[in-house]
Write a protein that binds this ligand. Structure first.
Ligand code: NAD
Length: 428
């Protein structure tokens, strides 16, 4: 269940040996391997989704969506690389030929989270592979089976020996990869604290190292949805509830703050409470379940600590009841939350929502931008001027207008944030 340091050394040695031949493999071959992997995933779609329900507690619809996203990533990066692979001539100066071309950097460490246990690793791994980089992949210790299936599928699709290895394990395995002198690029998705630690560790030169390590770090969020006084409340309630309770709030894109105009503050709360109480919480193996458990006991305890903090800082509006065994946390909403409160600033990664009152639309935008994160955000409004102002001032990586703020689609809504939410390129 966990790679030893000998396993990691061996995987790296093989990756370094495979580097040149993989670089020289034709674009067509690398692209076709990704298409083949996509096709294997398609035929195993229900089985893999079932594994995800079992291992990560995802409700059916979301487990299937993760599968669909993984397939999209494979095809998206394959198709994109076809376009990017050919050198591009720059300028038309006679007697001169200038070309811009992309070449692989070297061995890439992919360090993945558990919350999209197939899609996120597939995206990071396939982008690195198709561009000619060998990959050492470390799945999250909380979703090792999904990491194993991705490995099996890529092998079956034809990724050569040594070019791709999976090393299972926790933070120590991740750290060993980050610090290894043969790693040229680190593609990381996970929490802010771990991401910042990786950026620091990657900046230390180790004996034998020949590259400045490049880190792509996609990190957390503290995402807000603004609901102004012109909003369609039916839509806004559905959007806020689905964005904060989807996969029990365990999405980096999840809504964790609802910033509501004073004029509709009371009616919004009353309707929100009813909507939360109507959610079906339970075993994700049952198809009707809307909110399943959180990932493990550690996550449950941490979220419960925040609920206690919230009870001291703000007013408890609703706490969803959960019965039976398992790591469940009922969707919980706090009202009258101030921007300085911890529950308004810190990523909780569970189904917890802070409702904040805004005196004006301008005030709502200021509140929305008042955390160091900048990942996703949303606005429900029927005012074209307000929507336009959000485009200009709402500082997030992905801004959604009059729709939920989770569920970005590959190729249509490239995903990723800035400020403390991440550095690097957008995914898909
Ligand atoms: P995490 O940071 O705890 O772990 C992520 C990965 O890093 C795991 O594989 C873990 O084993 C590894 N790791 C832990 N410590 C390490 C270290 N010191 N050195 C190297 N590797 C180490 O995050 P998580 O709990 O798996 O995932 C949830 C977090 O991920 C949330 O903060 C969420 O917002 C974020 N996330 C962000 C995005 C995005 O695209 N921005 C997407 C999904 C999740």
């Amino acid at each position: 269940s966990s790679a030893s340091s000998g396993d990691i050394q061996q995987a790296l040695r093989r990756a370094v040996q495979a580097q040149e031949s993989w670089r020289d493999t034709t674009t067509e071959r690398r692209v076709n391997i990704l298409y083949a992997a996509a096709s294997i995933m398609r035929t195993r779609r229900n089985e893999l989704a079932a594994w995800e329900i079992l291992e990560c507690g995802k409700p059916w619809r979301e487990a299937d969506a993760d599968l669909a996203e993984a397939i999209d990533f494979l095809e998206y990066y394959a198709t994109s690389w076809r376009t990017l692979a050919s050198p591009k001539r720059l300028g038309q100066e006679p007697g001169e030929l200038n070309q811009r071309l992309y070449s692989p950097r070297g061995v890439t460490a992919v360090i993945a989270p558990w919350n999209f246990p197939l899609a996120i690793p597939t995206g990071m791994v396939s982008a690195a592979l198709v561009t000619g980089n060998p990959v050492i992949f470390k799945p999250s210790e909380r979703s090792p089976m999904m990491g194993h299936w991705l490995t099996e599928i890529l092998q079956e699709a034809g990724v050569p020996e040594g070019v791709f290895s999976c090393v299972q394990g926790g933070p120590d395995v991740g750290q060993a990869l980050v610090c290894h002198p043969d790693i040229a690029t680190i593609a990381f998705t996970g929490s802010k604290d771990v991401g910042l630690g990786i950026l620091k560790d990657a900046g230390t030169l180790r004996p034998g190292q020949r590259m400045v390590k490049r880190v792509l770090a996609e990190m957390g969020g503290k995402n807000a949805i603004i609901v102004d006084d012109t909003a369609d409340l039916d839509d806004a309630i559905v959007g806020v509830v689905s964005s904060f309770t989807g996969y029990a709030g365990q999405k980096c894109s999840a809504c964790s703050r609802a910033i509501v105009h004073a004029a509709i503050y009371e009616s919004f709360q009353a309707r929100l409470k009813e909507a939360v109480l109507s959610l079906r919480i339970g075993n994700p193996e049952e198809p009707e379940t809307q909110v399943g458990p959180v990932i493990d006991r550690r996550a449950q305890s941490k979220i419960q600590e925040y609920i206690e903090i919230g009870k001291k800082e703000a007013r408890l509006l609703v706490e969803g009841a959960v019965t039976g065994p398992g790591w469940y946390v009922g969707p919980t909403v706090f009202a009258d939350v101030a921007p300085t409160h911890r529950i308004a600033q810190e990523e909780i990664f569970g189904p917890i929502l802070a409702v904040m009152k805004a005196s004006s639309y301008q005030d709502a935008l200021t509140l929305a931008n008042s955390t160091p994160y900048a990942l996703t955000g949303g606005v429900y409004s029927r005012s074209p001027a307000h929507l336009e102002l959000a485009r200009q001032r709402f500082d997030v990586g992905n801004l959604y207008l009059n729709r939920p703020i989770t569920g970005a689609l590959v190729g249509r809504q490239p995903f990723g944030g800035h400020r403390l939410s991440g550095v690097g390129a957008k995914a898909g």
